[in-house]
Design a protein around this ligand. Structure first.
Ligand code: SF4
Length: 135
């Protein structure tokens, strides 16, 4: 998949799938003046229909399963799923809890996973920039 496929910038839609919001806190920093991920060609978008990338966090709780799937289905193809945090990888602090699923990234078949509890903004940004958009 080439970056040209996605034209000049990439829209990022985020879905919290039962996270503690720690990962969201770090992701939100990508929009501040210090990290300013728009300089790298990424826009945080409000609608999945404007997105190219879906970032997901959390263990995938039952309450979020249908909403996460609906959001993903609304994203035009080609699309990329990026899992953020250990919970999304299925190994967070709630792994094995009754309400915890397999991990949002596992369930939604993420292309890449950014590990950490939570990962830092630098790590998230580096992961986004490392996406396999050319081959
Ligand atoms: S990985 Fe850590 S910070 Fe992120 S949602 Fe799970 S518990 Fe919270």
């Amino acid at each position: 998949m080439k970056r040209e496929t996605f034209r000049k910038s990439l829209g990022v839609r985020h879905v919290a799938c039962g996270s503690c919001n720690g990962c969201e806190h770090e992701m939100n920093a990508l929009s501040n003046a210090f990290y300013d991920i728009t300089q790298d060609g990424y826009d945080i978008v409000a609608s999945p229909r404007h997105a190219d990338i879906v970032t997901v966090t959390g263990p995938m709780t039952p309450a979020m399963r249908a909403a996460a799937r609906e959001t993903l289905d609304a994203v035009p193809r080609p699309r990329i799923v990026v899992a953020i945090g250990d919970c999304a990888a299925g190994e967070g602090p709630w792994s094995g809890a009754p309400s915890a699923g397999p991990g949002a990234g596992i369930e939604l078949q993420a292309t890449i996973t950014v590990r950490g509890c939570p990962p830092t903004p630098e790590e998230i940004r580096a992961a986004l920039k490392s996406l396999p958009l050319s081959s």
